[in-house]
Design a protein around this ligand. Structure first.
Ligand SMILES: [Zn+2]
Length: 361
């Protein structure tokens, strides 16, 4: 099992921030070839970064299975200094660790290696640009895969954690156009974009809308000087819901309220929005969960089904028609410089992959 730990450290030493994953992609292509996979790199990353998704396929016995982890880290790990103390790996605090998602990558590579050649037919996807907006999985051509089920290895929580539910997210940006005028000389000739924003915000629900829906305006910029009636304000926000039509409804309400407030005051708006990802839910009596339960029991690990507030490649794969859950691999405090992972979770994640890919008797 020392191999798992040393391989993890090797991956952590390959810097692969979003849009600059090529050194990682090259490395993973070589490892998959060593494991007798047919490997391709798709063109999905064109215009986005320096590589596409790395895709590996290998024949086997029984039902095909897709495994997925992402190659990029949320920021650079250049000059990383690793600390490994009392069974816990972290950094010196200068950079993130990048266990998100190098823990997933190593579990897949080492788990398959440990299983040997006697496996189910395997389809592997190492995505680019996950942290930049699930770009790799969004660009992925799903028609090339035979798997009906997939496991994404990209969640915090000890091995045993299974993310079975995640929300939809719609992001929006609005520009409110008013009209500039001197605030002390002729304010009546101006239209205050700040006033329009204030009226709209005052009329909108924000925070928790209901038990499965939230909305937030997180950015507000505008104005240049106290003596100018403000001609332009820009706001950015998001709506999340475990029910997509509720997310759409709140999004539409936001747009309407800004439009009406602008019109009443003599201004106008420009509205841009994007469905970042759609929600999914896997029920606890579905085959994929029953299969996992059997495997966790064999490993003597507790299975804990959980929802998650953010999106992952599992949202995209589910919405493209492959039943997918996101598995905890033990990364903690991801996206921060305190990020860490234990040896035990790296080893358990690897053992889990081994048992997931093995041919059942
Ligand atoms: Zn991740």
């Amino acid at each position: 099992m020392e191999k798992v730990i040393s391989h993890f450290k090797k991956l952590v030493n390959i810097n692969s921030p979003s849009k600059k994953e090529k050194p990682m992609a090259d490395y993973l292509v070589d490892r998959l070839k060593e494991l007798n996979f047919q490997v391709t790199v798709d063109k999905g990353g064109k215009n986005m970064g320096d590589t596409g998704n790395v895709i590996g396929k290998r024949d086997g016995k029984g039902q095909p299975l897709l495994l997925c982890a992402h190659m990029d880290t949320v920021e650079s790990t250049e000059n990383i200094v690793i600390k490994d103390e009392e069974g816990r790996i972290s950094t010196d605090g200068t950079t993130i660790l990048g266990a998100d998602d190098k823990a997933g990558l190593v579990a897949i590579l080492e788990g398959i290696k440990m299983a040997g050649e006697n496996t189910r037919p395997l389809e592997i996807v190492f995505t680019f640009g996950e942290e930049a907006g699930l770009n790799g999985s969004k660009a992925l051509d799903i028609s090339q895969f035979k798997s009906k089920n997939a496991f994404v290895l990209d969640s915090g929580g000890d091995v045993g954690t299974v993310i079975v539910k995640a929300p939809s997210e719609i992001d929006f940006a609005v520009k409110i156009h008013g009209k500039a005028a001197h605030s002390g000389v002729n304010p009546e000739d101006g239209v205050s974009a700040i006033k329009i924003a204030g009226i709209a915000i005052g009329n909108l629900p924000m925070g928790r809308i209901d038990e499965e829906t939230t909305a937030n305006i997180g950015v507000l910029n505008g104005g240049t000087s106290t003596n100018v009636v403000c001609p332009l304000v820009e706001l950015k926000g998001e709506v999340r819901s475990h029910n997509f039509s509720k997310a759409e409804k709140i999004h539409d309400q936001y747009k309407d309220v800004f439009e009406v407030a602008a019109k009443e005051m003599g201004g106008k708006i420009e509205w841009i929005s994007e469905v970042v990802f759609k929600n999914f839910e896997v029920k606890k009596d579905e085959d994929i969960i029953l299969y996992l339960k059997k495997k966790f029991d064999a490993l003597k690990l507790d299975m804990v089904l959980k929802p998650r507030g953010g999106g992952s490649d599992a949202n995209i794969l589910n919405n493209k028609g492959i039943k997918t859950v996101n598995l905890g691999v033990g990364m903690e405090k991801g996206h921060s410089k305190e990020e860490y992972i234990t040896h035990q979770n790296l080893i358990n994640a690897t053992k889990l992959v081994k048992t997931l890919v093995e041919v059942e008797d």
